[in-house]
Write a protein that binds this ligand. Sequence first.
Ligand code: DLZ
Length: 155
Amino acid sequence: MADYANQNFLEENINLPHKNFKIGVVTALWNTEITAELKAGALRTLKKAGIIESNIKTWDVPGSYELIYGANKLASEGFDAVVCLGVVIQGETRHFDFICNAVANGIANVSIKQEIPIAFGVLTTDTQQQALDRAGGTHGHKGEEAAWSVLKMLE
Ligand code: DLZ
């Protein structure tokens, strides 16, 4: 049985009704050394689940704020699900709160309006190390988890 608390749920088999789903992976370029790894993990997970490679569209957008537009655009183009990936690190300004709130609410609204699963794979951390820990480090891989979550919804 899936063990969500210990993140072993990623090992659970996904039984998709078909492999033809079109899935978008939208990635923010801010903190790109970490978001690139989130993207790599998401793509690994989609391929492992058997999603046809030509049905996966990747799109790099400037920052996490633009994930909202990216997800909405791909949903409008007929994608079945979108994985949004970004890293927002707490700085000295209130920008952090504005971006985090806008992105979380924006992605939720797009998902409801467009009626497709959209994963919120955006790390919001105090430090760069905390983000690295969650991109294949000591705290798992949030890119893989984000991809897994849309696959689970499509299932
Ligand atoms: C402006 C900004 C700041 C300060 N910090 C981040 C961040 O930590 N992570 C991120 O993904 N994007 C950041 N941005 C950029 C915004 O998301 C957005 O690209 C700009 O405000 C332009 O709309």
